[in-house]
Ligand binder design. Structure first.
Ligand code: CP3
Length: 356
């Protein structure tokens, strides 16, 4: 399968954009930059629009999800939109009792802990993805030459919420399950891989020009456990969209030991968190991958001179890699001054890109 002829990546709208050029290892005219969690609480226009609407409900209202996706593009002039949704939306669409509690995160009515719990997990119909397709279509119709990035949660991070039933610090529940009930773990990871794969595919087919797999909590795993219990499911999620030919990014936090394994799961671009300098990440990857990252979100609150020096060092390290898309090392903190983000985009765009 390929994308339709009217898809933004196929009809010439986004294929020559700086983001897609950089993701594909080419030489962009300007340094591409976008921010994880660029949509959301740091923007007053987001807080106003969301008033009175539950988080997951807002994701499933196509006009609202589209407008929220567009807000940071208009305000900051970033080089990509990231689709406003959540990694637990596929659970919600399947009929799992899940909600996002403000200030807490995803919470399930009934955690998934036994073989019987996994066996009775519902499967969503293709039609359940229609609000996602509609929101993506509305968004790309407005974006013009700016690419939309679609995303999904990687099976480990999604399953971690399912087993714990809520956010947790060290993800003991899923890590225990791998070793105490490996068959149950594999069945759960497969369920999550299929759900996330279908969710990502719907976004790409409807108009997203690239995809990102978020394995935010993979850093709690040893390399051995990642390879034995997780990498296969993440590979299946990426394989579900590989035939579409869009660039695919794989990101996690605390994943310095896992970067080559995450690349080998089928990613074209490796997202790096703020703990590891990009040139060191590049060394660990054998100098072959385009990287995305990794401005420390904590520095968004620092005096401008401190932030600028840090950003320039990130750009310099990125120049010593096969390709670089500027981003944060994790999401925008909700209390970030949005004007700092706009200024950051201007700074990144003002520094001429490396010759590649
Ligand atoms: O701008 C964007 O990045 C696009 C949208 C996006 C959201 N969630 C919106 C959101 C994306 C890509 C995600 C992914 C996501 N969701 C991840 C992976 C990325 C990461 O940050 O590590 C994870 C782990 C989740 C689960 C989740 N959803 C958490 C931990 C939270 C925060 C809870 C809180 O209130 O602090 C959410 C809620 C959420 N997802 C919000 C947004 C904008 C906040 C909702 C609000 O406005 O109250």
């Amino acid at each position: 399968m390929t994308l339709s002829a009217s898809h933004p990546l196929m009809d010439g709208r986004t294929s020559a954009s700086d983001l897609i050029t950089a993701y594909r290892g080419g030489a962009p005219a300007r340094r591409p930059v976008w921010f994880m969690r660029q949509a959301g609480r740091s923007l007053p226009e987001y807080r106003t629009l969301r008033e009175g609407t539950n988080m997951l409900e807002s994701c499933l209202r196509p006009e609202m999800a589209s407008e929220i996706t567009l807000q940071p593009v208009r305000r900051h002039g970033v080089d990509a939109a990231i689709f406003f949704s959540d990694i637990v939306i596929p659970l919600k669409l399947a009929g799992v009792d899940v909600d996002i509690v403000p200030g807490v995160g995803p919470v399930l009515g009934e955690p998934v802990r036994t073989a019987a719990d996994v066996a009775k997990l519902p499967r969503f119909t293709d039609a359940a993805l229609d609000p996602i397709r509609e929101a993506v279509a509305l968004t790309v119709a407005e974006l013009g030459t700016t690419p939309l990035i679609g995303f999904a949660g990687a099976p480990f991070t999604v399953a971690a919420y399912m087993v714990e039933g809520k956010p947790s610090r060290d993800h003991l529940g899923p890590r225990r399950m791998m070793h105490t009930e490996p068959d149950t773990w594999r069945a759960l990871a497969d369920w999550a891989a299929e759900a996330s794969g279908a969710f990502l595919r719907a976004q790409l087919e409807a108009g997203a020009s690239a995809g990102q797999l978020f394995d935010s909590w993979a850093g709690s795993l040893s390399l051995a456990d990642y390879q034995r219990f997780v990498a296969g499911a993440s590979t299946r999620t990426l394989a579900a969209v590989k035939d579409l030919g869009t660039p695919l990014v794989h990101f996690g936090t605390g994943t310095g030991e896992l970067l080559p394994a995450m690349r080998d799961a089928g990613a074209d671009v490796v997202g790096v968190d703020y703990r590891l300098p990009l040139d060191e990440a590049n060394r660990r990857l054998g100098g072959t991958s385009v990287l995305q990252g990794n401005i420390d979100p904590a520095l968004l609150a620092a005096p401008w001179e401190v932030l600028e020096e840090h950003v320039r060092s990130v750009l310099a390290a990125g120049d010593r890699t096969p390709g670089h898309v500027v981003n944060l090392g994790h999401g925008v903190p909700p209390d970030t001054d949005p004007e700092v983000l706009t200024r950051l985009v201007e700074l990144v765009h003002s520094v001429p890109p490396a010759a590649r």
